[in-house]
Design a protein around this ligand. Sequence first.
Ligand code: NDP
Length: 290
Amino acid sequence: MGRRDVSVIGLGPMGRAMARAFLGRGHRVTVWNRSTGSADELAAEGARRAATARDAVAASELIVLSLTDQHAMYAVLGPATDELSGRVLVNLGSQTPQSARDASRWASGHGAAYLTGGVLASPPGIGQPGFSTFYSGPKDVFDTHRETLEVLTGTDFRGEDPGLAALYYQAGMDLFWTTVLGWLHALAMADAQGVGAEELLPSMSSVLSGMPDFLAHYTPRIAAGEHPGDIDRLAMGAASAEHVLRTAQDTGVDPSLPNAVLEIFRRGTAAGHADDSVTSLIEVLKAPTG
Ligand code: NDP
């Protein structure tokens, strides 16, 4: 298959890295960005600079969108709807499953195909081995463009429902952001007692390095809907979570995060799970008002 033309719309750090990766692999790349500086930079590196988003859409069958959110997508493509018919929109910006499904319907209404992407790389990883992107949407469209998309990262096609790639991506972000916040909170508590981030690094890393085994052990039980308290009991977890909260309070550190954690443990206890595993909290999370 020959090198396909590709338009990249949205030239933040991610879009710039993507445009450069396509250029580096010999694709004819058309770029457009709301503010002009980064499009000029890429033009100097061999990209064709479109005067308008509409021109960028008209230039290629394959349109890669790297925008902050869906509002930006509609703002950018709204004035270009008459050029969308026959195009393939690959939206690699962060989006929710529902907004991806809505956007897919919107694109279909204008005669365009829509692929949702969830990129598991930061800009320096684009075009480098070892990174992957979730995709979902029409499988035949994905297959047609897979080779071109693999210029950016490896691909992991999740299914035809356009929301799926966004779901996998947001699930990862849910874990990522809560982990980052937990880490920063722990650093703040340690710092308040004179222990610095570098001193804490080995023990923080050790906790995280145990997580894959933790997940592997508990995932089959969760999948089976079973939460036996043979290894851990929610009552023990609730006492531990309370100690974290009290440590935050005693050290003058923001208690809102451990407070929220303890509140969920308490709801699990009130729902009768004290002797079950901490994994029983998933039942509380699935039915927050129950
Ligand atoms: P930025 O937010 O820095 O850049 C996004 C682009 O969106 C810019 O080109 C910006 O234009 C444009 N934009 C925002 N609002 C509008 C609007 N209303 N109208 C027109 N253009 C608009 O994001 P990144 O480049 O870092 O990331 C792009 C996407 O990729 C995001 O959705 C992000 O969540 C996702 N992503 C990013 C990762 C990262 O590490 N950076 C990792 C994985 C995914 P302008 O330059 O004019 O402001």
